[in-house]
Design a protein around this ligand. Structure first.
Ligand SMILES: [Ca+2]
Length: 94
């Protein structure tokens, strides 16, 4: 997909049943519990910030368990509904 990548600064918040963390490469000394959602946004900087987010995968390095959630939305001011932040969860991406 043309222009689907981004060179903007990307941020993620993972929201678990027991708390949340914020970073791109995420580590946590705490057990977050079952992951309920991930909030993902970028700063709309760089030369091609518009980003098509197909899916996210969250892997728990301790348990080896992982989940994959589909998004298939743009985070772009000039695509889709113009939003550059999405909340991704099992039930969908908005
Ligand atoms: Ca782009």
């Amino acid at each position: 997909m043309n222009g689907a990548g981004t060179d903007a600064d990307v941020h993620v918040i993972l929201q678990g049943a027991k708390g949340s963390v914020q970073s791109y490469f995420i580590t946590s000394s705490r057990d977050l519990g079952d992951i309920a959602s991930a909030t993902i946004w970028h700063k709309n900087n760089g030369s091609g910030p518009g980003w098509h987010l197909g899916w996210i995968k969250v892997t728990d390095k301790q348990t080896g368990g992982s989940l994959t959630w589909n998004c298939n939305r743009w985070l772009a001011t000039d695509e889709d509904d113009g939003k550059i932040q999405r909340k991704v969860r099992a039930s969908g991406c908005r």
